[in-house]
Every structure is written in structure tokens, then in C-alpha cells.
Design a protein around this ligand. Structure first.
Ligand SMILES: [Zn+2]
Length: 169
């Protein structure tokens, strides 16, 4: 019963029947011509859409062709727009996440702040062993690195490579 009441057909038909009954009651009570008036309006609408026109074949072809053109144009413009959006969302440098600066390998990622990407989470690695440095020392080969750059210098170095297109793609 619950499903029957929730069914859109039940609701639609039920509403239609109820509104007719309601208008009938209103007719009786207020002696208005509500139902008749509504029927007149519906008849006018039906007559309006029932009008017949004589059109030539070339006009029909032109209409169909225009509709086709509009659809094509719509998808063309949409693809242009979405490409542009993709470029903004996915800048060319997002795969550039590691580099060697002065003998130390650094890896990082990017974070997005509104439309701007910034590098972050810089990690220093031994370039020979590809191992994260622990207190500036490589746990594999024992090399001690004295020239580890701080975050702000790395941000500048990475930004410089991106801006001047100097990084390996
Ligand atoms: Zn090492």
C-alpha cells in the first residue's frame, strides 16, 4: 500500500481526479463555471497546437539542418571549454616532482590553493641510492650531506625551473 501511494502514477492520476472532484465541489458551492472555464482554456491550447501550416520541403530541410548544426556547434564549444578547464586543473609541470639540486636529490608534491599550485613536502634523498636522508645522512652508503637546502630555497629553485621550462618532462 505504501509503495502504491508513493508511485508517481498514483500521485499523478490521484491528483488529477482529486482536482476535478474539488472543482466539481467548488462549482456546486460557488456556482462558478470553473470546470467549464478550464475546459475552454484546454480546448484553446489544443486548437493552437492543432493549427496547420503549408511549408515547402526546403524549409523543413533547412530547419533540420539548422538543428543539426546547433547540436554540432554545442558539442564543439563544450569541448573547447572543457579543454581549457583541463589545462587549468592539470598544469604541465605536475609530473615534475623530483630533481637534483647541488648533489642532493629532492622529491616533493604540489598542493592547489584556489587556482594556484605550490610545491610542498620537500624530502631530501641520496641521489646514488634513492634513499631518504636521515639527519642529512644516507642510511645505505653512509654519505653525509652538508648542503641540504631549506624549504623556501627549494620553492624558489623549483619555481625557477618551471617558469623557465628547464625541467625534465
Ligand atoms: Zn646513499
Amino acid at each position: 500500500m505504501k509503495n502504491f501511494l508513493k508511485n508517481p502514477w498514483t500521485i499523478g492520476i490521484g491528483t488529477a481526479i482529486l482536482s476535478v472532484i474539488l472543482m466539481r465541489i467548488l462549482d456546486k458551492i460557488a456556482d462558478t463555471k470553473l470546470l467549464f472555464g478550464l475546459w475552454t482554456i484546454i480546448k484553446k491550447i489544443i486548437l493552437f497546437f492543432d493549427k496547420k501550416y503549408v511549408v515547402s520541403l526546403w524549409f523543413l530541410i533547412l530547419i533540420s539542418f539548422s538543428a543539426f548544426l546547433i547540436v554540432v556547434l554545442y558539442f564543439y564549444l563544450k569541448s573547447l571549454f572543457s579543454n581549457e578547464k583541463e589545462n587549468i586543473n592539470d598544469p604541465f609541470f605536475l609530473n615534475y616532482t623530483s630533481d637534483n639540486f647541488d648533489g642532493v636529490l629532492y622529491k616533493w608534491r604540489y598542493f592547489k590553493n584556489y587556482d594556484k599550485y605550490s610545491s610542498t613536502d620537500y624530502m631530501a634523498y641520496c641521489p646514488k641510492d634513492n634513499c631518504i636522508l636521515l639527519h642529512n645522512r644516507c642510511s645505505i652508503c653512509g654519505t653525509y650531506f652538508t648542503n641540504i637546502h631549506d624549504n623556501s630555497k627549494l620553492a624558489v629553485l623549483i619555481g625557477h625551473k618551471i617558469e623557465n621550462n628547464l625541467f625534465q618532462k
